[in-house]
Design a protein around this ligand. Structure first.
Ligand SMILES: [Zn+2]
Ligand SMILES: [Zn+2]
Length: 167
């Protein structure tokens, strides 16, 4: 996703960008739909502050019940686009993209990629109350009980282990 510096210099205050997961180098098993970015621009220190609202859909497989789900993702992030000379004068809480005098474009791909990657937990559950699946027969326990005998039906540790499964 590239933004022309000329457009920013002209005083553009909002723009919309679209990128494919491929272009943005997002993991293809999760990201299969275009990413839309609405970018709001504010002048700052001879450069600009960009606020990005990102939207896409992700494809995930539940780590408890193995059901595949597709869900919308919305993320907000921001970055600063500054002339190289301004580097030392900013505290860098935001990501800073520097540009040189004759540069024509800035790339915000990495900002977008990081925001979307961080939105996705490694361990994914389709919903907090997902009951998982039977390890013996593969029955989805969200759809009903199976006839399998639990390994240790009366052990309090069985329940504890289920409750303590990380989200
Ligand atoms: Zn699930
Ligand atoms: Zn079973």
């Amino acid at each position: 996703m590239r933004i022309a510096l000329m457009e920013l210099r002209r005083g553009l205050d909002e723009l919309a960008l679209v990128g494919t997961p491929d272009e943005l180098k997002l993991p293809g098993e999760w990201f299969r739909h275009p990413v839309e970015a609405l970018v709001r621009v504010q002048p700052l220190l001879g450069g600009w502050r960009l606020s990005l609202s990102l939207q896409t859909r992700v494809h995930r497989v539940c780590d408890r019940c193995l059901v595949e789900v597709e869900l919308p993702v919305s993320e907000e992030d921001s970055c600063l686009i500054l002339p190289e000379a301004e580097r030392p004068s900013v505290d860098e809480e935001d990501r800073v993209l520097l540009f040189v005098p004759d540069q024509e474009w800035v790339e915000v791909d990495q900002v977008v990629r990081d925001a979307l990657r961080l939105s996705q937990p490694e361990y994914f559950v389709c919903r907090p109350e997902c009951r998982g699946m039977c390890p013996a027969c593969g029955q989805d326990w969200n759809e009903g009980e199976c006839g399998c005998q639990p390994a240790a039906p009366d052990s309090p540790f069985t329940t504890l282990a289920t409750l303590r499964k990380p989200l």
